[in-house]
Design a binder for this molecule. Structure first.
Ligand SMILES: Cc1cc2nc3c(=O)[nH]c(=O)nc-3n(C[C@H](O)[C@H](O)[C@H](O)COP(=O)(O)OP(=O)(O)OC[C@H]3O[C@@H](n4cnc5c(N)ncnc54)[C@H](O)[C@@H]3O)c2cc1C
Length: 562
């Protein structure tokens, strides 16, 4: 280490105060008050804009985000780049996300556990940790049924999880019954509780919000033994003789643009929780990763591991629908009233998950290796998700919003591929830590993925137009396209209307490949990764709920050793 750089010493250094970083720092600091813990976050500590439920939502190039873009994506994206933003503030993604809260199917976790030969990552092993993170406000429907699934939920955790019919504010949206009918016409059955391990069907969505306020990872209280440094960018990990010794961090001086570089020693360990895009970048900058990649940037190699490979994200396409019903969508009527509060949560109520259609399953049989096909077609696996949002949202922002958006009497349908088989890469642009990584999620590269997502779009279009009394007409496309739901026409919509991902990067430091079942980087002592990068196979979920559970589990593993 450069002897000129000031040196500090802590027991534990946690890099990134996002979902996983906040959970780890909170649980470990309270259980081990004698440990000196440094929590390092590149973004700011607080920003009042994130506090109200709809106060800020990522994807729109705010200063609370890593406003990353992909390399040009082929197929549905016509060679264009897509928005791959993530949170840059204490709370990470949970401070800027849309607050959908889904755990995903039990079978996904069971396959994860089987893949890494470690039962601690199975559904039944993780369930207590999912519960530990949440305080649940059950939906009106589940209360009327006598709370049959209450044992599957947490009742005193830091994250408040509610539904449109019980979020502390009246949210009886006018299109509720028509939206329910839409899911039924898609062939979805009503599911009792989509966070109970079998989310197939439609049910009232879960959200990390209550009384109009975002409930997010910053709500995990830190012990007094935690020192939090914000506006502090970790550049690399210092590894000597096969063990992580500490990190190099560039810290802003006060509120100025001046920076000071520190070397922070970690006497016990370094935990990387910088997220699935940044943790692989830091490992690569530290000499841990594919040898050829390191050589390209003249980085001295320490260990050859497939860091940055196996990059997955959930591709999404949005369609937009115009209706004549007054006061039915956000922006059309009063924002708040006795029966309705558009500001109390993302304006939607139902959400559905389904397996891919039969044609896609047949393609999967032809294209996927036998073991992958077996996983894809296993009982309970779900490939697609859909929901209506009672406003026109374009989270992908590759194109400027058309005049009049967010709009009068226009609502959106989100179609999401939650079990993609395509994988991409996170690589370095240069050896300069200030440069963003090169992100290539390789979206929809596989014909299996295109088939699953496009068929979901088609079935949703058929269903929404069949809802009695809705008279939904596709909005924002010309007449020629309106009747055309071929693959090419869907790709044309995606290019024109906005498509991308729903910001769920994973797999870039995959368990079984880069880290072991204890989240320890293979072959390096005193170094772990705990963030969405360790998820080895995509989960049919939005990733905050899984990450709260995974980080709770990891905190207990770390506590067994420190
Ligand atoms: C716009 C948007 C919408 C989303 N919507 C939803 C949703 O509705 N529901 C849902 O479940 N999930 C959603 N997600 C995804 C979810 O928020 C993430 O999956 C989750 O936050 C991942 O947790 P994590 O701990 O892996 O990383 P993060 O929460 O991203 O935390 C990583 C932290 O590390 C910090 N960091 C990065 N690099 C460095 C560095 N070099 N030095 C120091 N600090 C660093 C970052 O600033 C960040 O605070 C959304 C995400 C975004 C961005």
């Amino acid at each position: 280490m450069d002897p000129e750089i000031p040196k500090l010493s802590f027991d534990l250094v946690i890099v990134g105060a996002g979902v996983a970083g906040c959970v780890l720092a909170s649980r470990i600091s309270h259980a081990r008050p004698h440990l000196r813990i440094l929590l390092l976050e590149a973004g700011v500590d607080k920003d009042d804009r994130v506090l109200p439920t709809l106060g800020i939502m990522g994807g729109f190039d705010s200063n609370l985000e890593w406003n990353y873009r992909s390399v040009p994506q082929a197929r549905g994206f016509g060679g264009e780049v897509v928005n791959l933003t993530s949170g840059k503030i204490v709370g990470g993604g949970s401070a800027v996300n849309y607050q959908t809260f889904t755990r995903g199917p039990a079978v996904d976790y069971d396959q994860w556990a089987e893949l890494v030969q470690d039962p601690r990552w199975s559904w039944s092993s993780l369930l207590p940790y999912f519960k530990k993170s949440e305080t649940w406000f059950p939906s009106a429907d589940l209360r009327e049924r006598g709370l049959p699934t209450t044992d599957l939920h947490g009742h005193d955790g830091p994250i408040k999880v509610s539904h449109a019919t019980n979020s502390g504010r009246p949210r009886n949206y006018p299109l509720r019954e028509k939206s329910r009918r839409f899911h039924e016409l898609r062939g979805c059955q009503h599911a009792l509780d989509i966070n109970g391990g079998n989310p197939e069907g439609y049910a009232e969505a879960f959200n990390s919000t209550y009384e109009g306020l975002r409930s997010y990872a910053a709500g995990y209280g830190l012990g007094e033994n935690v020192t939090l440094w914000t506006r502090s960018l970790v550049e690399k990990i210092v590894v000597e003789q096969g063990a992580a010794k500490g990190v190099v961090v560039l810290r802003s001086v006060g509120d100025t643009d001046t920076h000071e570089r520190f070397y922070v020693e970690a006497s016990k360990e370094v935990i990387l929780s910088a997220g699935a895009q940044s943790s692989p970048k830091i490992l690569l900058l530290s000499g841990i990763g594919p040898t050829a990649e390191l050589a390209r940037h003249q980085i001295a190699p320490i260990l050859d591991l497939p860091v940055g490979r196996n990059y997955a994200d959930h591709p999404a396409i949005f369609t937009y629908w115009a209706i004549d019903l007054p006061n039915a969508v956000l922006g059309d009527g009063e924002m708040q009233g006795p029966d309705l509060d558009w500001t109390a949560g993302l304006p939607y109520d139902w959400i559905s998950f389904a397996p891919a259609d039969q044609g896609t399953r047949e393609l999967a049989r032809q294209f996927l290796p036998a073991d992958q096909y077996q996983r894809y077609s296993a009982e309970g696996k779900l490939q697609v998700e859909a929901f209506t949002v009672y406003t026109s949202v374009d989270t992908c922002t590759r194109t400027p919003l058309a005049p009049g958006w967010p709009g009068k009497r226009v609502f959106s349908i989100a179609h999401i591929l939650v079990d993609p088989v395509s994988r991409g890469t996170v690589t370095l642009r240069s050896a300069d830590p200030a440069d963003p990584p090169i992100l290539d999620p390789n979206l929809l590269a596989s014909p299996v993925d295109r088939s699953a997502l496009y068929e979901c779009v088609r079935s949703c279009a058929r269903a929404i137009q069949a809802v009695e009394g809705l008279n939904a007409v596709e909005w924002g496309v010309d007449d020629a396209l309106r009747e055309d739901w071929s693959d090419e026409a869907i790709e044309s919509r995606a290019r024109k209307m906005g498509a991308g991902t729903v910001f769920h990067p994973s797999g870039t430091c995959a368990m079984g490949q880069v880290v072991d079942g204890d989240c320890r980087v293979l072959g390096i002592q005193g170094l772990r990764v705990v963030d969405a990068g360790v998820i080895p196979i995509p989960l049919a979920a939005h990733y905050q709920a899984p990450m709260y559970g995974v980080a709770e589990r990891a905190a207990e593993i770390v506590l067994g050793e420190v």
